[in-house]
Design a protein around this ligand. Structure first.
Ligand SMILES: [Zn+2]
Ligand SMILES: [Zn+2]
Length: 399
């Protein structure tokens, strides 16, 4: 078994309460250790909650996956039944802080209003809590608002929807709809409208000192998007021996150097971080593509280049390529070609037609899809996602 991959884990329960403050024990540990990245080792993993296309079945839920980083859950797509898949997993839906929707087909969004309502039942209203950020194509805000409004559902937490404006070349001309006029002038916080950056050919969703998230365009029956989550490089280790030789004792000065600030010693000697820091540790890059038969524009290959994990759909097997393309989908060979072009470290296939049952007991052989993808990648191992499968993404080492 490779270092990446783990079978579905049994559900962990954290019902034990801390005697001191009533926080669940896990939450308390998290609070206490949040500032010490080394304790959590910047853990990152992906759990597939639904790996089937079109509709949920007992063997494959509809599209949804969670990228977890240091205990925070980011949900990508939310097909029907995602909330029950959460309950079956070791994850807690209450930990979701951001949601990303690749496109507006029902098998990717029909679980969203229900999940939001259930989350609302579980929260204690807290005005200081930042709103839940939801990113997705233009029209998503209206879908959420209308679903909640028509079902008389009121959320007890704030949310904002940031909409990506697609371009007409992301789908067949007859399928393109302009949803820009859907939003009434509104009451609630809007969120941003994100247009394609014409220079970068991508959409900048968020950026902080630790990571950057961008979206790029895909071709499908309706406009679809891929997301790239990329960590920024971390400063390398301090060369403690060198510091001691220079007469710098452990203390706050170490922290300054680590944070990129030069220091001046009492003897007037200046030490800059590059003098005593080893090489920076590269961040991890995760690419999650929505339904597609290809990409649009030239930014996607650059953005996905060197991905540590590339999650790509493979709705049908290679013998069905014509049908797959007709419906804006991919086959294992097509996904492998993309992974090869991007020099992705690891390719994970998902969004299988319900005929491909995990374990190969469906009408069609899922193992054959693995072979097809691997032959397109010169034998490099390819993972076929299953519901509740977790893939750990280890931190990289400094060079
Ligand atoms: Zn789909
Ligand atoms: Zn679709």
């Amino acid at each position: 078994m490779s270092r990446w991959f783990s079978k579905p884990k049994p559900k962990r329960r954290f019902t034990r309460r801390s005697a001191s403050n009533g926080f669940p024990v896990e939450a308390e540990i998290h609070l206490k250790t949040r500032w010490r990245a080394d304790v959590f080792k910047m853990s990152m993993d992906i759990t597939f909650l639904g790996t089937g296309s079109a509709y949920p079945s007992p063997t494959r839920g509809a599209s949804a996956l969670v990228l977890r980083r240091e205990g925070e859950c980011w949900l990508f797509d939310c097909g029907e039944g995602t909330q029950t898949q959460f309950m079956r997993s070791h994850l807690r839906a209450g930990r979701i802080t951001k949601i990303f929707i690749t496109h507006l087909h029902g098998d990717h969004i029909f679980g969203l209003p229900g999940l939001l309502c259930t989350l609302s039942l579980q929260v204690n209203p807290d005005p200081s809590k930042p709103p839940l950020d939801i990113y997705g194509p233009l029209g998503l805000r209206c879908f959420i608002r209308k679903s909640l409004e028509l079902s008389h559902s009121q959320l007890l937490f704030p949310y904002v929807v940031h909409e990506l404006v697609p371009t007409p070349d992301q789908c067949p001309a007859e399928e393109f709809r302009d949803f820009s006029c859907l939003d009434e002038v509104s009451q609630v916080a809007q969120g941003r409208i994100l247009h394609l950056d014409p220079v970068e050919n991508s959409y900048l969703l968020l950026e902080d000192e630790q990571l950057v998230v961008k979206a790029f365009r895909l071709f499908h029956r309706i406009p679809s998007f891929g997301f790239v989550v990329e960590e920024k490089p971390r400063p390398g280790k301090l060369n403690v021996q060198k510091l001691k030789d220079l007469g710098v004792q452990p203390g706050p000065l170490y922290g300054k150097l680590k944070n990129g600030t030069s220091i001046v010693l009492e003897n007037g000697v200046t030490i800059s971080p590059s003098d005593v820091l080893e090489n920076a540790i590269p961040g991890r890059k995760i690419c999650i593509l929505g339904d597609c038969s290809g990409t649009v524009g030239d930014a996607a290959a650059k953005l996905c280049y060197g991905a540590d994990v590339l999650v790509h759909e493979a709705t049908l097997d290679d013998t069905q390529e014509e049908k797959a393309r007709e419906h804006g989908h991919s086959t294992p060979r097509m996904a492998a070609a993309w992974a090869k072009r991007c020099k992705a470290e690891k390719l994970v296939l998902t969004h299988f037609s319900q005929r491909y049952k995990p374990g190969g007991d469906g009408d069609a052989d899922v193992a054959e899809m693995k072979r097809q993808a691997e032959s397109g990648l010169d034998g490099q191992e390819v993972t076929l996602a299953e519901d509740l499968m977790t893939i750990e993404i280890p931190m990289k080492k400094g060079k």
